[in-house]
Design a protein. Structure first.
Length: 504
């Protein structure tokens, strides 16, 4: 009797090839689970509602973290006071008080906040970029205490561009210029003073870095990022890398890569020694693009492109995608309405594996932040807006108030020939190396992928007991593992036992 073991799932969710010819280390579905640095598959943490039954004020926007405090933004002091927070990470190390900062449009106090584009920390003080419902964008700077009472400084320097993408590097704030016709400049503040954008020989003044001059086309600046301590400018159809310095005379262009671009400003986030972002063609890597000069090397999102693009078409126009780096699992996490696309990375294990997390139907994620091994999201549903923390000790999701939902885990392989293409096999049985309980079904014919065997429930490591019957006559097999229970699950591997029957 022959055997074949699946115990290396390092490619994660990967649709670069059809499921008929997929790699044995890849998955056709990895829903609500992720690949660990040991190449096993773990169920994702459950979501803990940390503001209980009291929904947040509808005018609270975004979710950020500063000084071990969760922070959200509104336009006026007349808001419903948020409840005391309680749950994963709250009390130690995160404060149980949700900090609400007030950023008022100086031209119209009734103008509500539409989106918070950036919440940066400059010299231990928040620098906040807010877009109001009217379309006005303003930059604010001050201590957290000042922002809480609405006395943070509104940047009034006429050379501050008040645009939606800003970064901090070399003790300056850099922001997109106005992008007026023939005027694609990157503006920057004076060194150590983000309120001053006009000082000669220190701030950019009326012009700035001539990104448009270095562009091969009539491109505009879409977003800014920081990579390796350098400034990254995402143009309409190229990416520029600028070497920065507190002395403007020392700032210089390092490289330009054509045909690279970002569509969704809030999706630029670091991962390891790289910078990942989302555009209309899928996820890409700025670091690989800048240092290999090859677009194919930057196509880090190719394994999930055919899943991401329909999601963008359905939801991105009304729900701005947003991304963060979650250091707890070294993951790039991108939320698009009610779904998260998760890229897990480990340099030591040479792991770069995609998976996806799904939220309760009708949910909308509008904010994300992380602190060490804690990940929080601000998410709304029919009951209002709530903050949730991912809890590794929890295996279901709180929905609203005290309601819970046993989310579905699904782990599906492509069709595998068990090392013998075109050979007829009699598969007798299998062993599962699980931690936890799950159901397993099998597919046996790629021409009828919806046909599956009856589900069998397996618990723990089955190797010390008689093999689990499979009883299939086929040339290929695919496993489909599912779980919808309030319990843990770690898939370490599967072994199949079969008898080769010759050529088919």
């Amino acid at each position: 009797m022959s055997g074949f073991t699946f115990e290396d799932f390092r490619l994660g969710l990967d649709h670069r090839k059809s499921e008929q010819v997929s790699d044995a280390r890849s998955l056709q579905e990895c829903k609500n689970a992720y690949v660990t640095s040991g190449y096993a598959i773990s169920k994702r943490p459950g979501m803990d509602n940390i503001n209980a039954t009291t929904a947040l004020d509808v005018n609270f926007h975004g979710l950020f973290i500063f000084d071990q405090k969760l922070v959200t933004v509104t336009h006026t002091s007349g808001f419903v006071a948020p409840p005391t927070l309680s749950g994963i990470g709250i009390g130690n190390p995160i404060s149980s008080t949700l900090q609400v900062v007030i950023c008022e449009n100086p031209d119209d106090a009734t103008d509500t906040v539409k989106h918070v584009w950036d919440f940066l920390i400059f010299n231990r003080k928040p620098y906040i970029v807010v877009e109001f419902t009217s379309g006005t964008i303003r930059h604010f700077y001050g201590t957290l205490a000042q922002h809480i009472v609405g006395t943070g400084t509104v940047i009034t320097d006429t050379n501050c561009p008040n645009t939606k993408s800003a970064v901090i590097v070399s003790s300056k704030v850099f922001a997109i210029g106005t992008n007026a016709a023939g005027d694609a400049y990157i503006k920057y503040s004076a060194t150590e003073d983000p309120t001053d954008w006009s000082s000669p020989d220190d701030a950019s003044g009326a012009l700035g870095l001539p990104a448009g001059l270095e562009s091969p086309d009539e491109d505009e600046i879409v977003a800014l990022g920081v990579f390796g301590g350098k400034l990254v400018s995402f143009m309409t159809n190229n990416i520029q890398l600028w070497k920065t310095d507190p002395d403007p005379a020392m700032i210089e262009l390092e490289s330009v890569i054509e045909n690279g671009y970002v569509t969704y400003t809030d999706t630029v986030a670091p991962l390891g020694a790289d910078l990942v972002f989302l555009n209309a063609a899928g996820f890409q890597s700025a670091g690989q693009m800048l240092y290999t000069d090859r677009m194919i090397a930057a196509d880090i999102g190719a394994p999930v492109t055919n899943i991401v693009l329909p999601k963008l078409a359905a939801d991105a126009a009304t729900n701005e995608p947003l991304s963060i780096h979650f250091s707890g699992n070294d993951q790039y996490v991108c939320a698009i309405k009610d779904e998260m696309f998760v890229l897990t990375h480990s340099a030591n294990a040479k792991l770069t594996a995609w998976s996806r997390y799904t939220m309760t139907q009708g949910s909308v994620i509008s904010g994300m932040c992380s602190y060490r091994d804690l990940l929080y999201v601000k998410m709304s549903n029919a009951s209002g807006s709530f903050i949730f923390g991912f809890d590794p000790a929890k295996y279901d999701d709180d929905v609203a108030g005290v309601a819970t939902n046993n989310f579905d885990v699904q782990i599906t392989s492509g069709f595998q020939t068990l090392g013998g293409s075109g050979r007829w096999k009699k598969i007798y049985g299998m062993d599962a190396m699980f931690v936890g309980t799950a159901n397993i079904q099998h597919r046996w014919d790629a021409r009828t992928p919806d046909a599956k065997t009856t589900a069998v429930s397996l618990n723990g490591d089955t190797r010390p007991t008689p093999m689990v019957p499979v009883e299939l006559m086929t040339t290929e097999i695919s496993f489909d593992i599912t779980q919808a229970a309030n319990s843990s699950l770690l898939v370490n591997g599967l072994t199949y036992y079969y008898q080769p029957l010759g050529e088919f």
